[in-house]
Design a protein. Structure first.
Length: 297
C-alpha cells in the first residue's frame, strides 16, 4: 500500500491537472463561439458560390474553356490536409491523417508507388506527421492558424491552383474536419480540382444549354469568379476545421476534467483508508505496549 506522503502528492498533482484542463475547456469554449459564428456566416455564401462555380465549370469558350475543369489522366496528386497547430483535442488530428492514408491506399496506390503524391499540410500537426514519414510536402503552412484570415489561406489555395493549371498536379483533393456540433466532427474528403460538374448536369441524359447573361464578359467571369470561388472553398474548409478543433478540444478537456474528478475521489478514499489504517496500527501498538508493561509488573 502506498504511503500517506505518496498519496498526498498524487492528490496535489491530479488537482493541479484538473485546474489546467478546466481552464483549457473554458478557453476552448470562448474560441469555439467565435469560430462557430464565422463558419455559420460563411456556409451560405460558400455553398451558393460553389453552386455557381459548378454551373460555370460546364461553360466552354472557343479557346478551350475553364482550365480548372479540365480532366486529365491522374498521374500526379496533391492532397490538402487540414489539421491543427496544437494537440489535446482528442482524435481530431489523427482522424484526418488516417483519412489521408486511407485515400492514398485505396485510390492512389499506383501514384504512391511511383512517388507522385504530395501533401499540402495546413497546420503544424499534419506537417510534423507527414514530414516524419518522409512524405513529399508542398509548401509550409504551419502558421495559418496563428492569424487566421482569408489572405493567409489564399496563398495555399493559389499554390494548389497554380500546380493544377501548369500540369504539376492532375488532381487535388481536400481532407478536413467538418463542424457539426461541439461533440461531433465529420471527416470530409472532397475533390477540389478538377472542378466537378453539378449534380443536375451529371444526371442529365443530354447536355442542357443554360441561358446565361454574362456581364461584363464571359471571359472575365471565367478568369475572375472561378479562381475566387476555389479560394473561398479552401477558406471554408479551414474555417470548418478551426471550429471543429475548438469543439474537439472542449469535449476532450471536459472529459479529462471529469476523469480527474473521479480519480481525486478514489485517491481521497485511499488516503483516508491508509490514514485510518496507520492510526489503528499506532493504537494497537500503544495498547500492546501498555499490556506488556502491565504484565511485567
Amino acid at each position: 500500500m502506498a504511503s500517506l506522503k505518496e498519496v498526498r502528492n498524487r492528490i496535489v498533482s491530479v488537482g493541479s491537472t484538473q485546474q489546467i484542463t478546466k481552464a483549457m475547456k473554458m478557453v476552448a469554449a470562448a474560441k469555439l463561439r467565435r469560430a462557430q459564428d464565422n463558419i455559420l456566416r460563411m456556409r451560405p455564401y460558400a455553398q451558393r458560390l460553389n453552386s455557381i462555380l459548378s454551373n460555370l465549370s460546364n461553360v466552354r469558350d472557343e479557346d478551350g474553356g475553364n482550365v480548372y475543369a479540365q480532366k486529365r489522366e491522374v498521374q500526379r496528386v496533391l492532397i490538402i490536409a487540414v489539421t491543427s497547430d496544437r494537440g489535446l483535442c482528442g482524435a481530431f488530428n489523427s482522424n484526418v491523417m488516417k483519412a489521408v492514408n486511407n485515400l492514398i491506399n485505396e485510390r492512389y496506390s499506383a501514384q504512391a508507388a511511383a512517388g507522385n503524391i504530395e501533401v499540402m499540410a495546413i497546420g503544424k500537426k499534419g506537417h510534423e506527421y507527414f514530414h516524419k514519414r518522409n512524405m513529399p510536402l508542398a509548401g509550409d503552412y504551419t502558421a495559418v492558424f496563428g492569424k487566421l484570415s482569408f489572405e493567409t489561406v489564399r496563398v495555399a489555395a493559389e499554390e494548389a491552383m497554380e500546380g493544377f493549371r501548369t500540369g504539376l498536379y492532375d488532381q487535388v483533393d481536400l481532407v478536413y474536419n467538418e463542424f457539426k456540433n461541439v461533440a461531433t466532427q465529420i471527416v470530409r474528403t472532397e475533390q477540389f480540382l478538377p472542378i466537378q460538374e453539378s449534380e443536375g448536369t451529371q444526371a442529365a441524359a443530354t447536355p442542357v444549354e443554360s441561358d446565361y447573361i454574362f456581364e461584363p464578359s464571359k471571359e472575365e467571369i471565367l478568369e475572375q469568379l472561378i479562381p475566387k470561388s476555389l479560394k473561398i472553398q479552401v477558406y471554408k474548409a479551414v474555417l470548418e476545421s478551426n471550429a471543429s478543433e475548438h469543439g474537439a478540444r472542449m469535449t476532450a478537456m471536459d472529459k479529462a476534467t471529469e476523469n480527474a474528478g473521479e480519480l481525486l475521489k478514489q485517491l481521497k478514499l485511499t488516503y483516508n483508508r491508509t490514514r485510518q489504517a496507520a492510526i489503528t496500527t499506532e493504537i494497537l501498538e500503544i495498547v500492546g505496549g501498555a499490556e506488556a508493561l502491565a504484565a511485567s509488573r
